[in-house]
Design a protein around this ligand. Structure first.
Ligand SMILES: *[C@@H]1O[C@H](CO)[C@@H](O)[C@H](O)[C@H]1NC(C)=O
Ligand SMILES: *[C@@H]1O[C@H](CO)[C@@H](O)[C@H](O)[C@H]1NC(C)=O
Ligand SMILES: *[C@@H]1O[C@H](CO)[C@@H](O)[C@H](O)[C@H]1NC(C)=O
Length: 836
């Protein structure tokens, strides 16, 4: 089966690709790459000429397929906690997982092959070998890759089938998969090889594979496996965007609904560093409504339902809208939406369309909005039979109250002549009215009308207004105008950015986020990894962060197997890939994900998935801290200064960074306070042993020596107050004292008060934290016992090398007690201590 030509063709192709270089004129349609060989005989193996004509599936394969479909798929069982006991158990398990396990037990090693499936696979193999049946090969490849029909995954096998198929028929799906496998080296089926990946994706893109087009666009955009080439990136992103817009416009009136399923899994847990410590869940992101989690959707629904029952029509309307639009963890439900909209409507209009007497104040607007949505559902045929007449009735009712949505829909009806005579003038006046209420869809239509008239300036204005709302079509128009230099200078970079936005808005067209999310929520991390990784290759930042998060091994405080050696590692081989994790952290960080940037630093510091490089780590932290004000990064910098990693050991700077961390994020209270306590102790040690580390206080030595008792008393009584007093005095001399100025207004409004535990509000929380911290310390101590010998050796070595034995010995002991940023426990240590 694996014929000889597939052995030498890759070499030939590689040679040909190198000789031709990246295709120079990507804007041309005809595949010039083909001609380069000048040998027509090979053509059929490179690309199927034109569109491969759909051949009927052979009876043999059809029969097997039918058998397979009858096999019950393993149902996802989602364990959603319910009730007090349920929640207690759930969180108990979670706590255990966080504390001890590197990942949830999701290994499918026990998976038995279903005898029916095994027989079917034999049949398929026979069909593939005897008849060269491409459908059989494709099915075999998919089953081995995705594990369909309970077939166990075998990426090696999948690769062989996809590869055969790609070479035999030039099937672009198969080429795209081969490209993906070369790009990621998933399942160790093949060596990672970016040049080959690029080559296969190029072939698949020639065959019109959207995923490959997007992957190539992203690769040329960021320069992965190829030099950055804006024109190539633009070319491919435009291809995807064109398809997306065609799809969008082929939908019901108003276009296909674009459902968003891409979100970061880490955000469920408050970001990769946990609630409060991660940039994504702290600071100005703390109450970002886009971080509504699944659990909170249920709460919100329950609350709205309750209020709605009490006759709060505002909440009934919100409820209806949520069901209509869908939300994370809440699929769209037109019937419920209609039901709730009608509840609002019936309070305002009688059956015959007359208005009820004395409607409550404000109900007119609300009812008009509801009418607009009901009309929209009739116009688009959502949950009801499509009816322009009925839609018109509802829009007219809403129009009477000046509803923007109704105005827009009326405009649409006149523009396209849905149930009314076509009338562009009327349409534009309706759009104008709606645009005045900032309805992005109307702004886009109006912009398009102005563009037709040649008024580029007005068109641009309207598109930009709509783009504020993230309206996909407006982005597309802006992209086209920038690309073709309409009314402005052509700009490749800007156009590419717009096309990328369009392509990524239409995630449901060419990506499988919904599938990845479902698998993730069901706890099947392997099945979640594959579609997420595909989306990540296509350039979605959220998917890149998700993949890295799945592959991240630093999440656990410490592994159970270090204290209980008989507990086996539970992560499957597929999920143990730190090199890949680092790659995706890096890509995500490049798309300005700050938490990923810090993670990148952690990986470099610890040498996870790469060689250890403290300088790179320091650069990452500095970047994250200074450009983006991340508390975690400040804390890491403080730690690096405290321990002299990649910088000169400097307690003064360490203190400053720790304080900045607390300043940036009040939720970092506990870890920062613990660190400061330790720092103080070390500073004291440094002082009494005459260490040469830059101390915390400049004029410490001029002070009278305190006895230990006095010292402890002062230590406990006042920490920062005194420090700040002194710092304030020496402020003029202190040239490093810049960062504080930014937050100086905080000092006036009770900054110091914030530093004390608020017993009234947070006593229970505080006690919990302290209890937790105590437990952690005990556990850490147990582990430390094991490592003590090794550490002492290290400390002795380091001490001799630096000629700074005392400080370093102390240093080493402390390191064991408080995790370093590079340690596996570090992330959870900080995360666990914060904000819970
Ligand atoms: C690739 O081959 C499979 C199986 O024959 C077929 O279902 C699929 O449509 C093909 N893809 C393309 C793009 O031709
Ligand atoms: C196998 O499963 C994947 C992912 O769930 C799906 O995309 C694909 O269509 C399935 N293939 C077949 C042949 O059912
Ligand atoms: C996967 O397939 C390859 C090639 O057919 C085979 O050598 C290997 O043993 C298979 N691996 C497993 C785990 O079945």
């Amino acid at each position: 089966m694996r014929t000889t030509f597939s052995c030498f063709l890759p070499a030939l192709l590689l040679f040909q690709t190198c000789a031709a270089g990246p295709s120079q004129q990507p804007l041309e349609d005809d595949p010039t790459l083909n001609a380069a060989t000048g040998n027509a005989d090979y053509r059929e193996f490179l690309f199927a000429p034109g569109q491969p004509e759909p051949q009927p599936v052979s009876q043999r394969v059809q029969d097997i397929w039918d058998t397979l479909r009858a096999v019950q798929p393993v149902a996802f069982h989602v364990n959603k906690p319910s009730g007090l006991l349920g929640y207690t158990l759930h969180y108990g398990r979670e706590a255990f997982r966080i504390l001890f396990l590197n990942g949830p037990a999701s290994d499918k090693t026990g998976r038995k092959t279903n005898p029916t499936v095994a027989r079917a696979v034999e049949e398929l193999k026979a069909a593939a070998d005897e008849d060269q049946d491409t459908d059989a090969m494709f099915l075999l490849a998919e089953m081995n890759f995705y594990g369909n029909f309970t077939h166990p995954r075998n990426f090696t096998e999948a690769f062989l089938w996809y590869n055969d198929l790609a070479w035999l028929t030039g099937n672009s799906t198969a080429q795209s998969m081969v490209g993906f496998m070369y790009a990621t080296g998933i399942g160790e089926a093949v060596e990672r090889d970016q040049a080959k990946a690029l080559m296969y994706h190029e072939f698949a893109a020639e065959g019109g594979n959207t995923r490959s087009e997007m992957t190539l666009a992203y690769r040329y955009h960021t320069g992965i496996g190829t030099p950055k080439t804006c024109d190539h990136a633009l070319f491919y992103y435009k291809k995807v965007a064109d398809k997306v817009i065609d799809f969008y416009r082929s939908g019901p009136p108003g276009g296909h609904a674009m459902i968003r399923d891409s979100y970061r899994w880490a955000d469920e847990e408050g970001g990769v560093y946990g609630e409060g410590a991660s940039v994504s869940s702290s600071g100005m992101n703390a109450r970002d409504p886009s971080h509504v989690t699944e659990a909170s959707v249920e709460d919100v629904l329950e609350f709205l339902d309750l209020m709605s029952r009490k006759g709060e029509l505002r909440h009934t309307y919100t409820l209806a809208k949520m069901h209509y639009e869908g939300a994370r963890g809440l699929p769209r439900n037109f019937h419920r939406a209609m039901k709730y909209f009608k509840v609002v409507i019936r309070k305002y209009w009688n059956e015959d369309g007359s208005i009820k007497q004395n409607p409550p104040a404000g109900l007119d607007k609300l009812a008009a909005k509801a009418a607009g949505h009901v009309g929209l559902m009739y116009l688009r045929g959502e949950g009801v039979a499509q009816s322009y007449g009925t839609a018109l009735i509802w829009f007219r009712r809403g129009l009477a109250n000046g509803d923007g949505l109704c105005q827009h829909q009326m405009g649409l009806m006149y523009l396209h002549g849905y149930g009314v005579p076509q009338d562009a003038y009327k349409a534009s006046s309706y759009f104008k009215a709606a645009a005045e209420q900032d309805i992005p869809a109307a702004e886009t239509r109006l912009g398009a009308l102005f563009l037709d008239q040649g008024d580029v300036a007005a068109a641009t204005r309207y598109f930009e207004l709509a783009a504020r709302w993230g309206w996909m079509e407006a982005y597309y128009y802006l992209a086209e105008m920038t690309n073709f230099g309409v009314g402005r200078q052509r700009h490749c970079g800007v156009a590419t950015a717009y096309y990328k936005l369009v392509a990524e808005k239409a995630e449901m067209v060419h990506s499988a986020f919904a599938e990845a999310n479902a698998a993730y929520e069901a706890g099947d991390k392997e099945s979640a990894l594959i579609p997420a990784m595909m989306a990540a290759e296509q350039g979605y930042e959220t998917a890149q962060a998700n993949v890295a998060y799945l592959l991240d091994e630093q999440r656990s405080l410490f592994s159970l197997n270090s204290i209980l050696p008989w507990v086996q590692k539970t992560r499957s081989a597929l999920l143990r890939n730190t090199r890949l994790a680092l790659i995706y952290w890096t890509r995500s960080a490049k798309q300005t994900n700050i938490d990923s940037l810090i993670k990148m630093g952690d990986y470099y510091l610890a040498g996870t998935g790469t060689v250890s490089d403290a300088d790179k780590a320091s650069t990452c932290y500095h970047n994250a801290a200074e450009a983006h004000r991340s508390a975690q990064a400040y804390w890491n910098l403080g730690w690096m200064h405290e321990n002299g990693i990649a910088v000169q050991q400097d307690f003064h700077m360490a203190k400053r960074y720790y304080d900045l961390a607390l300043d940036t994020n009040k939720e970092a209270y506990l870890p920062v306070k613990l660190s400061l306590l330790k720092l103080r102790a070390r500073g004291y040690w440094n002082r009494i042993t005459n260490g040469n580390i830059n101390p915390i206080r400049d004029d410490e030595d001029s002070r009278p020596k305190l006895t230990l008792r006095e010292w402890i008393a002062t230590f406990i009584r006042n920490d920062e107050a005194e420090y700040w007093e002194e710092l304030y005095e020496s402020r003029e001399d202190d040239e490093d004292f810049i960062g504080r100025g930014l937050d100086s207004e905080n000092h006036d409004d009770g900054y110091y008060d914030d530093l004390d535990f608020d017993i009234d509000e947070g006593m229970l929380e505080g006690l919990l934290i302290v209890g937790l911290a105590a437990t952690l310390l005990v556990l850490v101590y147990i582990r430390q016992q094991q490592q003590r010998n090794r550490q002492n050796e290290n400390a002795a070595n380091a001490g001799n090398a630096n000629g700074n034995g005392n400080a370093n010995a102390n240093n080493a002991n402390n390191r064991g007690f408080f995790p370093q940023p590079g340690d596996p426990e570090f992330g959870q240590w900080v995360a666990g201590g914060v904000g819970h």
